[in-house]
Design a protein around this ligand. Structure first.
Ligand SMILES: C[S@@+](CC[C@H](N)C(=O)[O-])C[C@H]1O[C@@H](n2cnc3c(N)ncnc32)[C@H](O)[C@@H]1O
Length: 207
């Protein structure tokens, strides 16, 4: 008999199907239900290690993929990857330079948890807000964002920030999430755009 982890049916399935992590099924489930990634989309994956979401993304789009993580990932053909903190200006600049057009941002990142509930929740909310702001600076108008979060203190405030930036926002639980977890995914579609973003055409005043 293996450990609790190795007895996990989803984990065993992911190994059998060649995915690097069981979280692959979360993205498959989300995309099946909400059709977030289109065939030619360029996608940035924040918190991508070990790379199972990138493996799934490769099956969904022929567009350019770029992943960022604090930890290195084993190479995936055609995928650009950066090692570092996606909240740092240096890494953000590298991603921007490598990905001039971004249609979708996915973020499965979570900080290391200390076990102190309110402290961990505050760190999760801060990371989510950073991911949202970075995504908003990358995304093309009409683009989509999928971001892992955890329901708890300040979650509704975070959601308001997302709703200010996307026309359609849903909070969902993936079927692959363990029972009892407060984990959820924010599925935000149709990015409104950022007035400071010079890729968005500005309406000309009539003379
Ligand atoms: C649950 S794992 C992601 C699994 C991934 N979606 C997959 O399917 O392989 C969360 C990842 O977020 C990364 N992470 C957390 N904070 C980060 C940050 N500020 N910058 C970059 N990566 C971060 C962690 O290093 C970790 O590898």
């Amino acid at each position: 008999m293996g450990s609790l982890w190795t007895r996990d049916a989803t984990y065993r399935k992911s190994l059998k199907e060649g995915f690097r992590a069981r979280s692959a099924y979360k993205l498959i489930d989300i995309n099946d239900r909400f059709n977030v990634i289109r065939k030619t989309d360029n996608v940035v994956d924040l918190g991508c290690a070990p790379g199972s979401w990138l493996q799934v993304l490769k099956t969904l789009t022929e567009g350019q993929l770029c992943g960022v993580d604090l930890n290195p990932i084993a190479p995936l053909e055609g995928v650009i990857s950066f090692i570092g903190d996606f909240t740092s200006p240096e890494i953000q600049e590298k991603v921007r330079a490598a990905m001039p057009v971004v249609n979708v941002v996915v973020c499965d990142a979570a900080p290391h948890l200390s076990g102190a509930k309110s402290y961990d929740q505050a760190r999760i909310m801060a990371l989510n807000e950073d991911a949202l702001m970075f995504a908003a600076s990358l995304l093309k108008q009409g683009g989509n964002l999928v971001m892992k979060s955890f329901q708890g203190a300040d979650f509704n405030e975070l959601l308001e920030l997302v709703k200010e930036r996307f026309y359609s926002v849903r909070v969902i639980r993936s079927k692959a999430t363990r029972r009892g977890s407060t984990e959820c995914y924010i599925v935000a579609k149709n990015f409104i755009g950022d007035a400071r973003d010079d890729r968005i055409p500005v309406k000309k005043e009539k003379a």
